[in-house]
Design a protein around this ligand. Sequence first.
Ligand code: ATP
Length: 248
Amino acid sequence: MLTAEGLMVFYENMLALNNIALNCGHNQIVGVFGANSAGKSTLMYTLSGIILDQKIKEKMRGGEQITVMGKVSFEGQEISDLKPHLRARLGIVLCPERRRLFPESSVLENLKIGAYMATRQEAKDTLGYVLDIFSPLKKLLRRPAGFLSGGEQQMAAIGRALMAQPKLLLLDEPLLGLSPAYQQVVMNSVKLIRETKKISIIVTEQYARPVIPIVDYAYIMENGSGVMSGSGPELLDNPDVKAAYFGV
Ligand code: ATP
């Protein structure tokens, strides 16, 4: 489904991604784990193509020079130079770190914004689906998103991404700032989305523990480099990985 090879990203002279390779198969959940600043968001921006927009924006305002190298392919097509909105059209949809909802718009408006590429019927069906899996949102549809709890906001953010009809959903640190109970709710929903929608999901997190039970395969990043990869049990078998990313 998605293959990335030799990804390198420089912010000026700072190497943020160093020769990253990654694979995500159809209907798989793939984890990417790494500490603060390991490069997880940069990776998500590179897969979704947003880094290309950032690069242009920085150039226009005379800011830092961003250099992007390497190859990204999606369903057999090379998309390395494809703009983010065209990648979204192919089905690569990013749910960004810190949710990025429109705080003054209602939950319903936020969800509808996600459906800008969907047909009317798809939007209607997906809204019903989102409210089924994230049922607490049903009572919150008219509330401004800025007045939701962190867990509710995360549900709305994933819901908005689903409204865009993803084939590959990129979830950047969806558990950030959530209570352990909400972390569990969100992870169970992600698993359910994979099972019911038959889509692929790449999820980044700082701590692997809540995520590892639902992944088919995972990568560990340190300082922009991929240092290890394997299935959940394989990673758990490694004492260094256990200490650093599982807190055991
Ligand atoms: P976090 O958990 O803090 O979000 P992360 O793993 O997502 O971390 P990135 O946000 O991808 O990491 O950052 C990787 C490195 O690139 C960091 O050292 C960060 O400071 C740097 N970086 C990120 N964005 C920029 C930018 N626009 N300009 C310069 N450096 C940047």
